[in-house]
Design a protein around this ligand. Sequence first.
Ligand code: ADP
Ligand code: MG
Length: 664
Amino acid sequence: MKRFFIQIALVSSLVYSSFGQANDSLRVILSNSEGAEKVKILTELSRSTWHNYPKQAMAYSQEALKISEALGDSANISISLRCIGAIKYYQGNHEESLDYMTRGLDIALKISDSLLISQGYNNVGVLQYNLANYQTALEYFIRSREIKKRIGDVHQAANVNNMGLVFEILGEHDLARSYFLEAYEIAVKSANRSLQIYTQNDLGISHINTSELDIARDYFEEALVLAKKIDNVNYGSVSLRRIGQVVHMQGDYDSAFYFYQQSLEASKSIGDKRGIAEGYSFLSKLLCDQGKVKESLAVLNSSHEIANGLKLGHQLLENLKLYSVIHQKNNAEERSIQYLMEYIKLRDSLFQEVAVRNLSLIPVKIKEERDREKLAQQNTELHSKGITNRLYMYILFGVIPLIIILIVVFKKNYKAYRVLRESNEEVKRTHELLLQSEKMASLGMLAAGLGHEINNPLNFIKNGTLTLFRKIEKDNKGSIESLEPYFDIISDGVNRASSVVKSLSHFSKEKVDMDEKCDIHDIIENCLVLLNFEIKYKSAVVKELTKKSVMVLGDEGKLHQAIMSVLSNAADAIEKDGTITVTTKVNNGNVVVNVKDTGVGISQENMKHINEPFFTTKGHEGGTGLGLFITYSIIEEHNAKMEVLSESNEGTEVTISIPVWRSK
Ligand code: ADP
Ligand code: MG
């Protein structure tokens, strides 16, 4: 009961609804515009008024058409023709409407405007549907939809809904409903409220046809509320009529009468002849059910007259059926049968055998197509799911192990890196050790000589001291002059001992300095002193040193080691009666130290290897093969250069040039 009053409230405001503010402002703009802009506004105004004020809407569209024709604006001519067609359709003037629609469509085709063509097809389809040319209607709807799909138009709710209408008529309720639902969803999504009402009404009708009256009523009521909200009298009247039908079927004749009356009033207010015809028909049925046969027939006649004029095939069929029922109720059996025959005749003409067969195939085809679409969609879903699954699998079996491998590899690499770093340090250490070991080798090699060198002066000192002691003891009073040679021997021995000790001090140096000012000649002299014992019995030493001493910047100990290596190699190369010539020259800011020997020389083959560590031809004599290798590294450290020239059995010449620090 509560529900009922809500509707009364809704209904009362439906018919007398006023224009929205949007229209008022549009009219203001209209007075200030012209040309294509004016056409646009006129069309907008026509659209927003054609459901409630068809005459006004018609005036707007006529003006729009006139301006468009004057402008030669084909697209707007097409649109205006369509609008006029739509208004004619809402008034139930199907043939006139079809004429305008077809003209509009022709122009759209001529200018190849896909959207207009698609809308045109849909409109023609609606007209064909109302004229009960269902197959043709469906063909137009499908064509329209294909274009809309192609151009990606989301506003295809009306189109989809209309396809549902055809299936509903054919009794394909499930299929019809799926179309209505799809249309409803599109309408809601695109916030097209007018279309939402349209589809809600059709969903309701579809539920009436399957006797789900409560659901049907919910749809109609929702549609009615929305229709009231947006002032759509046309669609609101459908909702009212259909709510009436529901309560009628539920046996609430009074309410039904009220709703039918309201609906008729609304339809009449907008000149909706199709709505009036249906409203009268529904009212007639109610009157019949109430036993008011006379009134029932009178009202039905009114409906039938309009339906005949509009060639409303479906309404005519419904009415003929109703005539038959009423006459049967009135015990006019003959007339009843007569109407029944008429009904069958009309039905057969509308649903021609071939047409029906073809039509009945269309739902199957479309069903198949939709199934295929669904399957394809499922497949793509499955596919994408498969991809996702595969992705997870890849992650699980590919990426994760990859990460693990990467971690392992990284760890290994890091380990390797550390090992490498350690071994690098080891190499450095070894290198240092090698330097040290060469040092030690040199020292070891010279140990005997050193002993001898130190022992000899010490012997001089010892013998000299002893002799001196005896001499002083014997002569007691001898002259000082006779003692001088003994003193000379002692001092010579002491000097030599001290110079050997001084030479040794270079080797004992652990610290590496590159900023020591080294006297090259001192170094050479020191080396020769150390090598004296080895050299003196087999070779002469010729020194051709610059008069001035030459200073270089570097590590004295290392330079000492380098020159020592070269000199000792020269000594090694000489078996007997040889000469070692040591020359120094200053040339281009470099001191050139040249060590030339008349030794065995180096074969061409060995020449390639002399810088390699551990290359030695003196294995049996305790050669280490490190001398030149270390010498090169020392020379490099001092930005110096070394060159070795040699010829077998001729001798060897080693040239070292070191940047001069400053010459004294
Ligand atoms: P080692 O002296 O311990 O053998 P080196 O690196 O000092 O190692 O010298 C490498 C090799 O080069 C020597 O074994 C020798 O065959 C050759 N060599 C170096 N200097 C000379 C030289 N002045 N005369 C002949 N051969 C030389
Ligand atoms: Mg050597």
